[in-house]
Design a protein around this ligand. Structure first.
Ligand SMILES: [Fe+2]
Ligand SMILES: [Fe+2]
Length: 258
């Protein structure tokens, strides 16, 4: 079974690029997309949720940016294919999502890291290393064949530690959030696929999706400047993983940065 995992989709041009890429990839069996920045860089609305699923994605994962869309707080639990971070205590939604395709059940867990996520967020989350074990147990009760973990975190060490921690418990741990793809994709000896960060599908000439001039103003003056999502042409960052369906072990992992 072949999976495509797409890194943080940012804004309108990111969603458009995702749609175009999925049209070209008819060999993909299952697609997981991080959509935490799809609504003009900040969170997701029902509109982007539907657009991303209609483009061919199977499950959408979230991250810290869901906090910036207060009007969505009561909506997340209605979005059945949206996995919100399982270690959040003050927002409700699906803490894991299972989708069955061609008779194979795939489960996805989303987690937030604890380093440099902002005080407001960190005080409302619990240790992802503890929470993930319960979530895996729950997915195993549902007899899922493949388990994927999107660890949405800033620190490389935290993500790599999660990879080692879960290498005999799940089929893939991938990182999101930094918007910059890492070149450390690997398959552990247990057959689990891993990458520290998938990267971003969003405006290339930007600072992680934010308009460059606004980012420079923020850093040069130290003053707050209102966030505006850049709208130039988007790059496509993803990973493609193939599994042996007899052993459930990953055979290959390939980075895409186009
Ligand atoms: Fe992001
Ligand atoms: Fe993020």
């Amino acid at each position: 079974m072949k999976f495509l995992i797409v890194g943080d989709v940012v804004g309108k041009t990111g969603v458009e690029r995702l749609k175009n890429e999925l049209k070209k990839r008819s060999d993909i069996d299952f697609c997981i997309v991080n959509g935490e920045n799809s609504a003009s860089g900040r969170g997701i609305r029902k509109r982007e949720y539907e657009e991303i699923l209609n483009s061919g994605a199977d499950i959408i994962t979230m991250g810290n940016h869901m906090y910036y869309r207060k009007e969505m707080a009561s909506e997340y639990s209605k979005l059945t294919r949206l996995a919100i971070p399982a270690n959040i205590t003050n927002l409700t939604g699906n803490k894991n999502v299972v989708v069955e395709k061609n008779g194979i059940k795939v489960g996805v867990i989303n987690l937030l890291g604890t380093f440099a996520m902002g005080d407001m967020i960190v005080k409302n989350i619990i240790n992802p290393f503890k929470v993930v074990i319960d979530q895996i147990e729950e997915l195993k009760k549902q007899e899922v064949k493949y388990i994927f973990v999107d660890f949405h975190a800033e620190a490389t060490a935290e993500k790599l530690a999660m990879g080692h921690f879960l290498k005999d418990k799940v089929n893939c741990v991938f990182g999101t959030h930094t918007h910059v793809q890492t070149s450390d994709e690997r398959i552990f000896d247990t057959g689990m696929a891993y990458i520290t960060d998938v990267g971003m599908t969003g405006p290339k000439d930007s600072v992680l999706g934010l308009k460059t001039e606004i980012a420079i103003k923020r850093f040069t003056t130290g003053e707050y400047a209102h966030y505006e999502c850049s709208d130039n042409e988007a790059i496509f960052n993803a990973i493609e993983i193939e599994f042996d369906d007899n052993t459930n072990k990953a055979i290959s992992i390939k980075r895409i940065n186009e």
